[in-house]
Design a binder for this molecule. Structure first.
Ligand code: GAP
Length: 506
């Protein structure tokens, strides 16, 4: 299973490089961990995802408006938000091989078998895993079932698992997963990238690259209220870059150091927060399903009460089954009035809302659906990757690789080909292509090579429709439109191609 998943990721990353979806950043210099570039097809896919989000959560709603904040903000923002003090990953170094790990990813699970004489046998395992729950379950599963088991230990986030499972929290032994060497104590490592604003590089000029877009929204919430007619409940949405100095960037673009977020802060009366939380959690889950992530691979995981951050009243993760494991795409949280209260405290500015109808003044609660653009793109790439059997131009069955993107997300919507490069076919094909292009459809014209090979190239790019001008076109002005997934070919009038594709894209 693990091998199959690795193979799938290998094939996908190879396709992404070969076809221009994703490249390593600064590849000619050997790359740089945690940074990625999107090629011509990738940037279209990413833009389409952001566009779909913006259309659905901003333009098609009356109660949400957009915002675009600066990446670098007054450093006090990050004191108020808690990032300066709390945005830390506990980190351990191996004293022998010098490898560095996130402490909550390298832990030793100790299963203690208690004997009558009071002596203990320790079975310890060094585990590096993305999911502490699965590593823990594995340790429990392999323990002797006759003995009273206690899974002890943990560092960082594992405590949650340990307490939830009612295990005895006790000492811990951690070893390097690479060489079994001794590890240092866990040390705090702040994940915000630092820089300096202005000519002086001293402590007074320190600034941070934002680790989330949310704080820019909180800081502007009063500006937005003052400049629009919005009343509670109302939301502010933003798409933008965020930066986190992840200790261990991994799984392709999944955990990057520079990435984009699409976040909504939805402000409401405290008494309505539970209702809006459920609304956004379910709406955001459905959004991914509607865009093509199969619900069998998509999970909505409600956090247990003891998993919640101290300021959150409820939280759910929208998770996707990636080939490398099930992980979070988007989190939806009821953040209460924590953020606005913090900013009121640190800035000294009034963050209350006055309802002129009820005459009530209050600090609104905030529901936050916070998604990652790059994780979304990766999930849609994984979901789209398909191999099937299809006949080639000689009728022989061949393995075909295709990207089954939802037409709304597909980087290229329509490709137009003349069957051969003569007899006036290129001219007719080029006119159809130009008409589609002028109408704003991402379109592609190709007259080179065998038509079967041209179809295959578009299948790999995920183009949903391929239009071919052939001999019949010259007599009856019809063309074929090939559907990427079913391989069905419709014959339609050449001057109806644009309307046909537009209809299918709706
Ligand atoms: N404002 C809340 C917030 O930032 P988060 O769970 O830390 O919450 C929200 O991040 C989303 O941002 C995640 O669900 C994920 O999709 C994306 N994200 C977070 N860290 C990321 C990283 N290192 N690389 C790629 N995407 C990341």
């Amino acid at each position: 299973m693990a091998q199959e998943s690795n193979e799938l990721m290998d094939k996908l990353t190879a396709l992404c490089k070969r076809r221009g979806f994703i490249f390593q950043s600064s590849e000619i210099y050997g790359g740089i961990g945690g940074f990625w570039d999107y090629g011509p097809l990738g940037v279209e896919l990413k833009r389409n995802l952001k566009e779909a989000w913006w259309q659905d959560v901003v333009r098609r709603r009356d109660d949400v408006v957009g915002l675009d904040c600066s990446i670098i903000m007054n450093p006090k923002v990050w004191e108020a938000s808690g990032h300066v003090n709390n945005f830390n990953d506990p980190m351990v170094d191996c004293k022998s091989c010098k490898a560095r790990f996130r402490a909550d990813k390298v832990f030793t699970v100790i299963v203690r078998e208690q004997s009558d004489g009071g002596t203990n046998t320790l079975i310890d395992k060094g585990v590096e895993a993305d999911d502490p729950n699965s590593a823990l379950s594995e340790a429990i599963a392999t323990a002797n079932s006759d003995t009273r088991r206690r899974v002890l230990k943990s560092q960082g986030k594992l405590d949650q698992v340990v307490f939830r499972a009612d295990r005895i929290p006790e000492g811990q032994i951690a070893k390097c997963p690479k060489c079994a060497g001794e590890l240092t104590e866990a040390r705090k490592f702040n994940m915000m990238f630092k820089s300096h604003a202005g000519a002086m590089e001293d402590s007074a000029s320190i600034v941070y690259l934002r680790p989330e877009t949310a704080q820019g929204i909180f800081c502007n919430y009063k500006n937005v209220l003052d400049t629009t007619r919005l009343r509670m409940p109302m939301g502010i949405a933003q798409i933008g870059k965020s930066f986190r100095n992840e200790i261990n960037p991994r799984n392709y673009t999944f955990r990057s150091r520079e990435f984009e977020q699409m976040e909504i802060e939805f402000f409401c009366h405290p008494s309505e927060a539970d209702k809006w939380y459920e609304y956004w959690r379910d709406a955001r889950y459905k959004w991914y399903v509607d865009l093509g992530l199969k619900s069998s691979k998509l999970h909505l995981r409600n956090h247990e009460p003891d998993e919640l951050a101290h300021y959150a009243r409820a939280c759910a993760d929208i998770e996707y089954e990636f080939p490398f494991g099930t992980s979070e795409l988007e989190g939806v949280a009821n953040r209460t009035d924590y953020d606005l209260t913090q900013h009121q405290k640190f800035s000294g500015k009034d963050m209350t809302y006055f309802d002129d109808q009820t005459k009530e003044r209050y600090i609104p609660f905030v529901i936050e659906p916070s998604g990652g653009v790059d994780r979304g793109v990766l999930a849609f790439l994984c979901e789209a990757y398909t191999e099937d059997q299809a006949p080639d131009e000689n009728g022989k069955m061949q393995t075909r690789t295709l990207m089954r993107f939802h037409p709304r997300l597909a980087p290229v919507k329509v490709a137009v080909f003349p069957l051969v490069k003569k007899e006036g076919m290129p001219e007719v094909a080029e006119k159809i292509y130009r008409d589609c292009q002028a109408a704003g459809l991402a379109s592609f014209y190709d007259e080179k090579g065998a038509v079967g090979r041209r179809y295959r190239r578009q299948d790999e790019a995920g183009t949903p429709f391929c239009v071919t001008v052939d001999g019949q076109t010259l007599t009856d002005q019809t063309v074929t439109v090939r559907d990427r997934d079913s391989l069905n070919q419709d014959r339609i009038p050449a001057d109806k191609v644009l309307a046909y594709v537009q209809e299918k894209l709706k």
